[in-house]
Design a binder for this molecule. Sequence first.
Ligand code: TYD
Length: 205
Amino acid sequence: MRGLFITFEGIDGCGKSTQINFLTERFAKMKKPVVKTEEPGGTAGSNEIRKILLRENNFQWSVETEALLFMAARNDHVEKVIKPSINDNKIVICDRFMDSTLVYQGMRSSRAKQLSLDLFQLIAINPDITFLIDMEPEIALRRALRRSTKEDRFENYGISFQHELRKNFLDIAHKHSDRIRIIDGNQTPEDVAAQINESIEPLAI
Ligand code: TYD
């Protein structure tokens, strides 16, 4: 038996964190061992990389190099947290994973996309299921800006960028419909959670 690897994806402000908290609590109540984590991050080393990647006005690298830094952070996270937890029969819930790199960096450069895909082959772990919380960028952006964190380098591109992100996430979801469930994020958080629970049931019970 092995654990379960669940990832959440979506544009900035789509409500991922709320849903991740709901699902984590649900598993905890069921007494299932659950690990909640995020990318970039999840380990001390990955958090170091996160700090420099998400620093405001940090445009010193090409998008290809940026993608490699996200992949380096991912490798550390997979090695130290994700793989060991899954091998230990735990449920890992991760806020963003490889699909974010394919969208955020991949849509800006096909070479960045290819480099990431090549490295991902070596990292060699795929989520069992991915929830793409799909929502109107206008609503999502309003939410994201309200949160006003310091790490808003990727959130400051504006509405047309968010539309582009959404389109790219949906394209990937359609291409990998066996793994990715598209969830309508324009509903109430409770209705979104109900839809997620329904998809999880066959895997986690
Ligand atoms: P974060 O504050 O965690 O935002 P969110 O709550 O929206 O996940 O910041 C992560 C940012 O990094 C987000 O804007 C997406 C971006 N990102 C990439 O550009 N590439 C990646 O591979 C990952 C994992 C995230």
